[in-house]
Ligand binder design. Structure first.
Ligand code: SF4
Ligand code: SF4
Length: 506
């Protein structure tokens, strides 16, 4: 592994996971990063129980949106959301769906308690909301429950600033992790299982290693704690897994392994997740255990130290600004990162060296203060300028490509040249944009080029499939015509054109 960089940014949360009080209502967005829950399966005023189906994504294997707790459905109150009100006031509707008990079958309503295998189990995970944690290691797309993977990568790392990784998710849950890994083995017995752990001397890392090593047939792989070495596409390359249109390696994070364990041990729906709430504009950065739909306003209230602030859905580097119309946590949210908006620009701030400023290059004296974390703001601190060929983007790029040369080709509209330079290997980690002193948004350019190339490839594939189908149809028609001609030559009645014609014949 090469490149990578840990961005020194202030506002990291503590490892502990806290609970928030139950809200009055939940606002479940029908759109998340990968899913569009356009097929709503509930009606206005309908009473639903925890784990009941609210909507599915018909385009992506019918991935479900589940009710995180019991309540009454309100449709049309808030565009793009299913609202739940009159929430169940049962003893503890916010109890984690993954039982804290380490005993299999502790839940009286329990599901399968043994390591299962096969497609039916995959569909069980789909129905219980644990399936979306699995993704295609190379593309990040959801995976088909009807297909088997070539390998499974289970990662206990999450290295993007602020997001909750194994250190927050796995403390006290190592037996559950081991059981979840066994279930994954059972799900695809032929596929090798790689368990990614941090290459550190921390006691928890050693415990994770022991728990993972206890899983029969699992290969434990240590990875340096440098962003973005936890990226599944990089890991798939590092592990030299085969790639191709019909070869899929699955990737799953630690919380996904715990969700699989909870679903298959206790038959419980996966309706909660750990969401980091952090960043330089947050008074007390922390991880919260939340359910989808939790009101964002209630999370932000009295917890910001800078305003105006920009709320980012996800981590500091790869998250996207939260749209103002989104009112609740979506079903894939991993964190809310809050940075102050840049309201006042210091003259030549991008170029002024200083003891309190950090930069990837050695252009600021602050680089000498290794203990210092920057309070980054949502501003560029300078305008976009031409590339000065400093090579810093190449230095940090973990994909081993040359972002500045690809940028030149893309700037000139030479998409094929960009592909020759393997733009497809970009994993979108954003480090190149982050370190670029010319403020060039390399990552957006490269990802856009990747998208265009993928669409082109899909169009070519669809055209080839249509041509093949047309050729097959033409060959079949010719075979029928030849048969008819042969029959008429021999004086036999010609075969009917089709079944309807045969029935209509006297
Ligand atoms: S080119 Fe892609 S993989 Fe390389 S640093 Fe930039 S965003 Fe990351
Ligand atoms: S970091 Fe920016 S300025 Fe430096 S080589 Fe890369 S694109 Fe050019």
């Amino acid at each position: 592994m090469r490149g990578g960089y840990n961005v020194p940014v202030a506002g990291a949360p503590l490892c502990e996971v806290r609970e928030l009080p139950a809200p009055d209502r939940l606002y479940l967005p029908l759109v998340s990063r990968r899913f569009r829950f356009s097929d709503v399966r509930v009606g206005e005023g309908q009473r639903v129980a925890r784990g009941e189906l609210l909507a599915v994504d018909p385009e992506r294997f019918s991935i479900p949106l589940l009710a995180p707790c019991g309540g009454t459905v309100r449709l049309g109150e808030l565009e793009g959301h299913v609202v739940l009100d009159d929430l169940d006031a049962s003893s503890d509707p916010w109890a984690p769906s993954g039982s804290t008990s380490d005993e299999p079958g502790a839940d009286p309503g329990g599901g399968p308690a043994a390591g299962p295998a096969g497609e039916s189990v995959a569909h069980g995970l789909l129905a219980l909301g644990a399936w979306p944690y699995l993704s295609d290691a190379r593309t990040g797309d959801p995976v088909d429950p009807a297909k088997s993977p070539s390998a499974i990568i289970a990662s206990t790392l999450r290295l993007e600033p602020f997001l909750a990784g194994g250190e927050a998710q796995l403390d006290g849950a190592l037996e559950r992790l081991a059981r979840g890994l066994e279930y994954l083995r059972g799900l695809a017995p032929e596929a090798p299982l790689y368990v990614i752990i941090p290459d550190t001397d921390e006691p928890l890392a050693a415990e994770i290693r022991t728990a993972a090593a206890g899983c029969s047939g699992a290969h434990v792989v240590s990875v340096p704690m440098r962003f973005p070495f936890d990226d599944p596409a990089l890991l798939a390359r590092y592990l030299k897994l085969p790639s191709g249109p019909d070869t899929t390696a699955w990737a799953i994070p630690a919380e996904g392994v715990l969700a699989v364990e909870a679903a298959l041990t206790h038959g419980r729906p996966c309706t909660d997740r750990v969401v980091s709430f952090a960043g330089p504009a947050v008074t007390e950065p922390v991880h919260f255990r939340l359910v989808p739909g939790y009101p964002i306003e209630a999370i932000l209230a009295d917890r910001l130290c800078r305003e105006p602030a920009r709320v980012v859905n996800g981590g500091l580097l790869t998250g996207v600004a939260l749209p103002p119309e989104q009112h609740g946590i979506d079903s894939e949210c991993t964190g809310l990162t809050v940075v102050g908006e840049l309201t006042r620009q210091t003259l030549l701030s991008f170029a002024r060296p200083g003891i309190s400023r950090r930069s990837y290059s050695r252009s600021f004296v602050g680089t000498l203060r290794t203990d210092m974390s920057m309070r980054y703001k949502a501003g560029l601190s300078g305008e976009v300028r031409p590339c000065i060929a400093c090579g810093q983007c190449v230095d940090v790029c973990p994909a081993g490509i040359l972002p500045q040369l690809i940028h030149r080709h893309l700037y000139a509209g030479r998409l094929e040249e960009a592909q020759r330079m393997r733009v497809d290997l970009c994993v979108g980690c954003v480090l190149c944009s982050f370190v670029c002193p010319s403020k060039i948004d390399l990552r957006t350019e490269l990802l856009e080029a990747k998208r265009e190339l993928r669409e082109e490839a899909e169009a070519v594939r669809a055209e080839a499939e249509a041509a093949a189908a047309e050729a097959a149809e033409a060959a079949a028609a010719k075979a029928r015509a030849d048969e008819a001609e042969a029959a008429s030559t021999e004086g036999k009645p010609a075969p009917p054109e089709d079944a309807t014609a045969a029935e209509a014949a006297p």
